[in-house]
Design a protein around this ligand. Structure first.
Ligand code: SF4
Length: 190
């Protein structure tokens, strides 16, 4: 396992898949590296690629609004993606690209050791929960896997396209907030 310094260096120099050839900036993650919760999305978009930070575009702003409304402070989460370089045209990463990049994500999870993992959208669900899982069937239900509480929910970009998903995602995050409050109250995080 790499430490943070080594991980950042490896990611910054990475060209394991073709996404490394077209990125402007690598997007590793943001937030507290000692947080009790990780949020995992799909991959960087245009704004994220420009800034080198995840979830800073329109979908990220919507997610920030949701987290603020839930009073989930940034010190309680770390946010990143399945792939660390922008897929051209914001397409879904291929299995090969995800396979090349996921060891970095596993390393991040091992360093952070979160209690909760929120999968934002079907790509995160596919690679974190189960390749055959359907977001529409499993969202909003806790999955206890390998010592992590996993909550599958929508990607905030889906809410930009379909307003009706907002209520459902709000309900999912209420469950996340309740679980997070329990963990903080039990002193299970720093
Ligand atoms: S997406 Fe991941 S594996 Fe592919 S080049 Fe970027 S950091 Fe490397």
């Amino acid at each position: 396992m790499l430490d943070w310094e080594e991980l950042i260096r490896e990611c910054t120099n990475c060209i394991r898949c073709d996404l490394g050839k077209t990125r402007t900036n690598i997007v590793i993650g943001r937030g507290n590296i000692h947080a009790p919760m990780m949020l995992i999305g799909e991959g960087p978009g245009e704004q994220e690629d420009k800034e080198g930070l995840p979830f800073v575009g329109p979908a990220g702003k919507l997610l920030d609004l949701l987290l603020n409304a839930m009073m989930i402070k940034e010190k309680y989460y770390y946010i990143c993606n399945i792939v660390k370089c922008r897929p051209p045209g914001n397409r879904i990463p291929t299995d090969e690209e995800a396979a090349q990049c996921i060891p970095f994500l596993r390393n991040q999870v091992a360093l952070i050791r979160p209690k909760i993992i929120v999968c934002l959208g079907s790509t995160a669900v596919k690679y974190v929960v189960d390749r055959n899982a359907r977001i529409t069937q499993i969202r909003g239900q806790w999955i206890d896997k390998k010592g992590y509480w996993i909550m599958p929910t929508f990607h905030p970009a889906a809410l930009l396209r379909d307003d009706s998903k907002k209520v459902l995602m709000w309900k999912d995050f209420k469950k996340v907030k309740e679980k997070l409050d329990e963990i903080v109250a039990n002193g299970e995080c720093v």
